[in-house]
Every structure is written in C-alpha cells, then in structure tokens.
Design a protein around this ligand. Structure first.
Ligand SMILES: [Zn+2]
Ligand SMILES: [Zn+2]
Length: 67
C-alpha cells in the first residue's frame, strides 16, 4: 500500500491521508488513528506516546517498552 509519500504493509493499517487534510501518518490500527484525531484535527503522535517504526508506522510505545 502506498499513498501521498507513505508506504506500508497491511490493509488494517489506518492512513491519515494528506489529500483529506490529514497529517499523512500511518497508524497500526484504527484505534490509534482515532486517538490522534481526538478533536477533529491531527495531533502529533509523539504527544500520545506513540513510537514510529523504521517503516513509518506509528505504534503504541507500550508495545515496545514492555509495559
Ligand atoms: Zn494518503
Ligand atoms: Zn493525521
């Protein structure tokens, strides 16, 4: 999958499309996508304690920090 400069694997990923006014980010699932759009606008995923993989996918930091 690829769109507006981002590319990723997996149909379950949630892409926040630049063409719809989004930030262009790709999130691990729709829940994370929802989380960064709390007020109808994108917030910085870092402020939600998300971490970005080398592929540019945003994940929950907890998944990596081990709790
Ligand atoms: Zn896009
Ligand atoms: Zn966004």
């Amino acid at each position: 999958m690829s769109c507006c400069g981002s590319s990723w694997v997996g149909v379950e990923r949630a892409h926040c499309c630049l063409r719809t006014g989004g930030c262009g980010g790709v999130f691990d699932d729709i829940e994370l996508w929802d989380g960064h759009r709390t007020e109808g606008a994108c917030v910085d995923p870092r402020s939600l304690q998300l971490v970005q993989t080398k592929n540019g996918i945003w994940l929950r930091a907890l998944d990596r920090a081990g709790g």
